[in-house]
Design a protein around this ligand. Structure first.
Ligand SMILES: NC(=O)c1ccc[n+]([C@@H]2O[C@H](COP(=O)([O-])OP(=O)(O)OC[C@H]3O[C@@H](n4cnc5c(N)ncnc54)[C@H](OP(=O)(O)O)[C@@H]3O)[C@@H](O)[C@H]2O)c1
Length: 291
């Protein structure tokens, strides 16, 4: 089974390195060629268009920023669909609106190409050893055909039904990420404001039912002010926008997610887009001091 990746940013690179480690043959493309170097060093074939990735692969993952980028690599110049062959299936791991995902699935199907939604939870640190959690939407027979590859990428794989369903659940997941980053940040800001060591706040939090992976791990980096990105603040802001757009289309109101989108938007405008999303604490700390 030959695998392709279009988009070797933080997530795509880690997914690719894990597949190479597990012995899969990998072809990769990234708009900015530099970001394919690690994969090339480990034996991936690097090509100069999404079309060539498709021509060299049975299963191509798109792992790019947003739905516009998925459409561009899928149907634009020298695109994945341009490299169509009988065995080709495309799986999108980017986080996008389920409405876009359904349209993209239809467009691939109209061209005779199978398409699955395969959004994931977990960042590059777990992707590198195949520890992601994957949600899958699309034709179950196509899912079954590639199940072995999905199991190599993700320790837990959930098949959820038709195209779009997996992305709807993924967006619900990312609400959790944003809210946890905000609530831990404000807890630390309050503890510091009261001259209490924030590590005490975390120690107690982590002794309770309300502890999370974030409070047990990244929260300590938030205290240190260490924000090396595994998932950029700008990408989480993009996801909050996507969630708010999807909620509007589904006719549901999400006031907290809307407020979170505003806060992350202000932080992005303040120049914090390329740090880790947990760097939202540095924006909230500055804002707390300025009243
Ligand atoms: N990192 C995580 O923890 C994580 C976890 C789950 C899901 N995701 C989702 O996975 C996707 C990728 O995330 P990431 O963290 O790898 O982001 P990233 O490091 O910012 O990489 C973004 C990728 O998208 C490409 N891209 C952006 N706009 C493009 C366009 N118009 N045409 C072609 N390529 C384009 C970039 O190419 P260039 O290098 O040329 O800019 C790069 O390869 C996003 O949808 C993100 O929300 C990320």
């Amino acid at each position: 089974m030959k695998i392709g990746i279009v988009g070797t940013g933080l997530l795509g690179s880690a997914v690719g390195l894990n597949l190479l480690d597990k012995g899969y043959q990998l072809t990769a493309y990234n708009r900015t060629m530099d970001k394919t170097r690690k994969l090339a060093d480990r034996g991936a074939k690097i090509v100069s268009s999404p079309k060539e990735v498709a021509e060299n692969s049975d299963l191509v993952f798109t792992i790019v920023k947003n739905a516009d980028a998925v459409r561009k690599v899928a149907f634009g110049d020298a695109c994945i669909a341009c490299g169509k062959h009988d065995a080709l299936t495309v799986a999108d791991m980017s986080t996008i609106n389920p409405i876009d995902s359904k349209q993209i699935a239809r467009e691939f199907q109209n061209r005779g190409i199978s398409f699955l939604d395969t959004p994931v939870m977990g960042g590059p640190n777990v992707a590198i050893t195949g520890g992601l959690v994957m949600m899958v939407g699309g034709d179950m027979r196509v899912f079954e055909k590639y199940r072995q590859i999905f199991d190599a990428i993700a320790g837990k794989v959930f098949y959820l039904g038709e195209n779009g369903t997996a992305h709807a659940v993924k967006l619900a997941m990312n609400i959790q990420i944003a809210m946890l980053a905000l609530s831990i940040s404000e807890g630390i800001v309050l503890a510091r404001g009261a001259s209490v060591d924030p590590e005490i706040f975390l120690k107690i939090l982590n002794s309770t039912y309300f502890k999370t992976g974030m409070s047990e791990n990244k929260a300590y980096k938030m205290i240190e002010g260490s924000f090396e990105p595994t998932f950029t603040l700008s990408n989480l802001k993009k996801d909050l926008d996507t969630i708010n757009e999807a909620a509007e289309a589904f006719g549901v109101s999400l006031p907290m997610t809307k407020a979170a989108g505003d806060v992350f938007g202000d932080a992005e405008e303040a120049g914090l887009g390329q740090i880790d999303y947990t760097g939202i604490i540095s924006y909230l700390e500055k804002r707390a001091r300025s009243g």
